[in-house]
Design a protein around this ligand. Structure first.
Ligand code: HSE
Length: 295
């Protein structure tokens, strides 16, 4: 059995809808090895699908199929720490772990870039699977079925305060509230900001992030699904956040600080104790610059 470590990820970063993402140092682990049939269990007691619809299994199977190799089954043991359906890339972690694990078992027939194409095809968009596989900050665009991307390392001094509410938000539901068409004005608002955000991350001009992460494509429609979300953005900025936005499709709200983790933690504590945030919790995270790896 191989043991694999897969990071959480925060996608969109506000303005970079379906394009930008950052890997975070909160991890799922999977053990994966050959078996006759489907043998799936959880090492941490969490409830996971144990049939062939399990996302790790399904993603690994896809790699066997792409190779044209017979697939007899797999044994998978999952240890999950990334909260489920909270906008922290739990599905992408399953997909990244599955494709990466299968590729290792098969003696690496695919490059990491090819694995990313397979993972993005399964997920439907690249902004979580790309940082989950590669680590760091990634800017991504789909060219047909291929992901074109740039990866850049994220400095250690950035703290990511993930405010996790007690309710799930399924990506499909969070996408359903978005309009099918947007105005040219809103498009320009987001194109300019996602360009600024990418350039600011690559050059370290983090003072631009507050402007750069602002968004008119998805957050205005999704924030009503996250009671307390707007308040967290406002309070984070009052406390000097560089950026504050919905992580991925939600329901987690993310704030980025450059004060060090200890101060970021004190701020997160204060924010959650200052309003009606019953059941919310927080994680203080840093970027993971390595991505999915064998342990
Ligand atoms: N870009 C995706 C969305 C991320 O916002 O719907 C969630 O998978």
């Amino acid at each position: 059995m191989l043991k694999i470590k897969i990071p959480a990820s925060t996608a969109n970063l506000g303005s970079g809808f379906d394009s930008l993402g950052i890997a975070l140092n909160l991890y799922n682990y999977i053990e994966i090895g050959p078996a006759l049939g489907c043998e799936i269990s959880s090492a941490d007691g969490s409830e996971i699908p144990t049939g062939e619809d399990n996302l790790v299994y399904l993603s690994a199977k896809k790699v066997f199929e792409k190779c044209g190799l017979p697939f007899r089954g797999l044994k998978i043991v999952e240890e999950n720490h990334i909260p489920f359906a909270r906008g922290l890339g739990s599905s992408s972690a399953c997909i990244a772990g599955g494709v990466f694990g299968a590729n290792e078992l098969l003696g690496r027939p695919f490059t990491k870039d090819e694995l990313l194409d397979i993972a993005a095809e399964i997920e439907g968009h690249p902004d979580n699977v790309s940082p989950a596989l590669l680590g760091g900050f990634t800017a991504n665009a789909m060219e047909g079925r291929s992901v074109r991307y740039v990866k850049s390392e994220v400095p250690e001094n950035l703290s990511f305060a993930a405010f996790v509410p007690p309710f799930e938000l399924k990506t499909a539901d969070a996408r359903a509230v978005m309009p099918a068409e947007v105005s040219l004005k809103d498009s320009v608002f987001n194109v300019s900001r996602s360009a600024l955000l990418t350039a600011s991350f690559l050059s370290g001009k983090f003072e631009n992030l507050r402007t750069a992460c602002d968004d008119k494509l998805h957050q205005p429609y999704r924030l009503p699904l996250i009671p307390g979300g707007t308040e967290i953005i406002e309070k984070s900025y009052k406390n000097g956040a560089l950026a504050a936005y919905i992580s991925g499709a939600g329901s987690t709200m993310m704030a980025i600080f450059d004060y060090g983790n200890e101060k970021a933690e004190a701020i997160a504590e204060e924010i959650l104790s200052s309003g009606d945030f019953s059941g919310w919790k927080y994680f203080i995270l840093n970027a993971d610059n390595s991505g999915t790896a064998v342990l």
